[in-house]
Design a protein around this ligand. Structure first.
Ligand code: SF4
Ligand code: SF4
Length: 115
């Protein structure tokens, strides 16, 4: 007798495993040289919670920094261009990350290949 499979509404999702070694890390290294406070970020998300651009878009500096550190830089320039450089995040960052300059250096590095 043929068995009919029941559709529960689930589907196999794309693997989101990160192959850290396969990613490009030059951009992150270059940004860390230009703005060493990048290394102080603990991904707490306080910057994203107070972000002016985040009020109008899905922009998150925390996400940008995480993607940069993972070497997942595809589409990152479009993402950082949403930042208005208002500096609010710099006032609230518990680790004193120089966030404004960080955004500038990330943009420079992505455009020129190095800051
Ligand atoms: S507030 Fe500072 S430490 Fe927290 S995620 Fe943003 S940059 Fe990193
Ligand atoms: S400087 Fe950019 S990331 Fe920071 S609060 Fe302003 S818009 Fe958001």
């Amino acid at each position: 007798m043929e068995r009919k499979s029941i559709n529960f509404g689930y589907a196999i999702v794309q693997d989101r495993q990160i192959d850290f070694d396969a990613n490009k890390h030059e951009i992150c290294r270059a940004v860390a040289v230009a703005e060493p406070t990048l290394n102080l970020c603990i991904s707490c998300g306080t910057c994203a919670a107070t972000c002016s651009a985040g009020l109008f878009t899905d922009f998150s500096l925390r996400k940008v920094i995480l993607l940069l550190k993972r070497g997942e830089t595809e589409g990152l320039l479009k993402e950082v261009s949403k930042c208005m450089l208002c500096g609010k995040c710099q006032l609230v960052c518990p680790r004193n990350v120089s966030t404004r300059n960080l955004v500038i250096q990330i943009s420079k590095a992505l455009i020129n290949g190095k800051p």
